[in-house]
Structures are given as structure tokens and as C-alpha cells.
Write a protein that binds this ligand. Structure first.
Ligand code: NAD
Length: 336
């Protein structure tokens, strides 16, 4: 039996993760879960947001399913999510964005893949106030040729393997001439090796407008860390919101699967969070470990549940919502 590390997370994390485990169990795939705590609960228990034994568990099992973790805003401990990505060199953040029939949204038939560089730039943690009066602050964003090459290579190879039609490199190289310029330069040079699909580039501000006005012109998007973070939330808004957006963090040896959204403190503990994002992330995880049948079953069950539209959480059906648990039970019923 496969052993996988599980971090239920903070806020809505434990609610959406527990129903996800039921969905996976109902597919018949046998997984032994190694429960670990990180973030707020680990600080309370171990005085460390990312204890050594958690890192050991992930190193041993190579795969992690993770609920969202809270990061204090403006001060306090650094993001455990970012720390995990850096610790295990999970340099690819793959975030698919797709429309689900039945969701009330402006756009339909959206099928985008966002590749976000996951370890560099403004998330490197090189920042400080210049003096004790906090009269100025500095954050240094480092973009390397090595880091740019490996995320761009992954995105181009993915586009080729999945017969996608276009890759758009998103940057701000008009202003960030060095960091943005390097990323764009590497991308443009590499694109010549992939004549089978079109490669273009967009400045991130224009890209944001274009995504809202005409998202169908895009296919695969590859960008640096901060822009990837922002654009993936924007894109989730095109297909029904954060409750529908799964993600994978992929490294050479270790991979971590999670929802794009955070711990949603405003709805935590109320049994009202949409469990779809983490359930879809668990399907990505199952595909990653070779359980293709179970992964397809879960994705189809989510598609059916959304299409049927009777058992949806408040974010998708504010008029007549059901709880997280009821929506998950419907997904299990739709596993077929
Ligand atoms: P958030 O993603 O938690 O929530 C944004 C909005 O979306 C909220 O209104 C929330 O109610 C809603 N939402 C999110 N997930 C939902 C779901 N499954 N179903 C229905 N509605 C949902 O973003 P935030 O409020 O800016 O951040 C809260 C905390 O989460 C912060 O501490 C932040 O650092 C952390 N965070 C963690 C991760 C991660 O663990 N990977 C990602 C993003 C944010």
C-alpha cells in the first residue's frame, strides 16, 4: 500500500481534506496517510511551523497532499507554503483552469494551464526594513537563468506532450528589465526549439485585461512567481472562483498537491467551503502516482455533480446551497 504524507492545514483545511479522503477511499485506491501538522497548529504544539519530523515524512513518502496553511499578513512567521516549495525545490506550480458545465459564469469552455515558477523572484524571502524606524523596506527578487530555463522547459515540454496550441510567456520586462528581461529572453530563445506550436508574450498588466476580456485566445501560460500567483486567482474567477482551482507543486523527486485557495478564515468551521479544488488536486495526485482510473473517476464525478447543480456549496449556488459534506457525498455518489 502507498504511504502519502497528509497535512490537513488551517481554517477550512481540515473540513475539505477529510471529505477528500472519503472521496479517494470510495474509488477503492488504498492509501496509508501519514498525518502531519504544519503552520499554526504546529507552532502551538511544537513551537515550529515546519518541524523536522514533517520534513522527514515528506522526504520519505515523496508525495504530499496539503490543505491550505495560514500565513500572518505583514509580520509573523514566513509562509510555510513557500517554505515547503523551497525546501523540496518544487519549482513547477501547475495550475489548470477549466470551465465546468453548470457553473454560472461569464465565460464557458475555458481550458487554460498556468505554469508558475515556484522558488525564485519576490518569494525568495530576501527582504528587510532598512532601519529600526521602518523608514523604508526592501524586497529583492532574484531570477536566475537556471530557474527560468527549468520552468520554461517544463511548460514547453508539457505543451508539446499534450498537443497544446499556444504558449504565452507573461512578464513585466518593460519595467523589470533585468529579472523580467532574463525570463523573457530565455523563453524566446527556447521557443525556437518548439516550432509545433505558437509562442507569444504579454506584459502582465495587459495580460490581466486580456484574460478578463477574451480568455479563449490563451492556452498555456508560463510566468514568474508573483505574477503566476496573482494570475491563477484571476483565472479561477473566470471559471467559478477559488473553490474550483486545484494545483500541483512539482519537483524532481517530491510533489505536493493542494488547492490554489487559502485557509478562508471567513468561512472556516462552518461546513460551507467548496471541497472541489482540493478534491481535483487529489485527482492530480492520483494521476501522478499512476492511479489513472481513480483520477478520471474523481474528475468525472465532480463534472457530474456540478452539471447536475442540485448539491453545490454557497459559492456556486448562493440561493440554495448545501454543506461541504453534502456536496462531497454527492461527488462520491457520482463516482459511478
Ligand atoms: P483565501 O483563498 O483563503 O480566500 C479568498 C476568498 O475566497 C475568501 O472569501 C474565501 O471565503 C473564498 N474561498 C476560498 N476557498 C474557498 C472554497 N474552497 N470554497 C468557497 N470559498 C472559498 O485567501 P485569503 O483570505 O487572502 O487568505 C487566507 C489565508 O490563506 C492567508 O493566511 C493566506 O496566506 C493563506 N493562503 C494559503 C495558501 C496555501 O496554503 N497554498 C494559498 C493562498 C492563501
Amino acid at each position: 500500500m502507498r504511504t502519502i504524507t497528509l497535512i490537513p492545514g488551517d481554517g477550512i483545511g481540515p473540513e475539505i481534506v477529510s471529505v477528500t479522503l472519503e472521496v479517494i477511499k470510495a474509488t477503492g485506491v488504498q492509501i496509508e496517510w501519514e498525518y502531519q501538522e504544519a503552520g499554526l497548529s504546529a507552532i502551538e504544539k511544537y513551537k515550529d511551523p515546519l518541524p523536522e519530523h514533517v520534513l522527514e515524512s515528506i522526504t520519505r513518502n515523496k508525495v504530499l497532499l496539503k490543505g491550505p496553511l495560514t500565513t500572518p499578513v505583514g509580520s509573523g512567521f514566513r509562509s510555510v507554503n513557500v517554505a515547503l516549495r523551497k525546501e523540496f525545490d518544487l519549482y513547477v506550480n501547475l495550475r489548470p483552469v477549466r470551465s465546468f458545465e453548470g457553473i454560472q459564469s461569464i465565460w464557458h469552455n475555458i481550458d487554460l494551464i498556468i505554469f508558475r515558477e515556484n522558488t525564485e523572484e519576490f518569494y525568495s524571502g530576501i527582504e528587510h526594513y532598512i532601519d529600526s524606524a521602518k523608514s523604508a523596506a526592501e524586497t529583492i527578487g532574484i531570477v536566475t537563468r537556471f530557474g527560468s530555463e527549468r520552468i520554461l522547459r517544463f511548460a514547453f515540454d508539457y505543451a508539446k506532450a499534450h498537443k497544446r496550441k499556444k504558449v504565452t510567456i507573461v512578464h513585466k520586462a518593460n519595467i523589470l528589465k533585468y529579472t523580467g528581461g532574463l525570463f523573457l529572453d530565455v523563453g524566446k530563445t527556447m521557443s525556437k526549439e518548439y516550432p509545433e506550436f505558437e509562442t507569444n508574450d504579454r506584459i502582465v498588466d495587459n495580460m490581466s485585461m486580456q484574460l478578463v476580456m477574451n480568455p479563449h485566445q490563451f492556452d498555456v501560460i508560463v510566468t514568474t512567481n508573483l505574477f503566476g500567483d496573482i494570475l491563477s486567482d484571476l483565472c479561477s474567477g473566470l471559471v467559478g472562483g477559488l473553490g474550483m482551482a486545484p494545483g500541483a507543486n512539482i519537483g524532481k523527486e517530491i510533489s505536493m498537491f493542494e488547492a490554489v485557495h487559502g485557509s478562508a478564515p471567513d468561512i472556516a468551521g462552518k461546513n460551507m467551503a467548496n471541497p472541489s479544488a482540493i478534491i481535483l488536486a487529489s485527482a492530480m495526485m492520483l494521476r501522478h502516482i499512476g492511479e489513472l482510473n481513480a483520477a478520471n473517476k474523481i474528475e468525472n464525478a465532480v463534472i457530474r455533480t456540478i452539471k447536475d447543480a442540485r448539491f453545490l456549496t454557497r459559492d456556486l449556488n448562493p440561493e440554495n446551497p448545501v454543506t461541504t459534506t453534502v456536496m462531497a457525498q454527492e461527488i462520491i455518489r457520482n463516482l459511478g
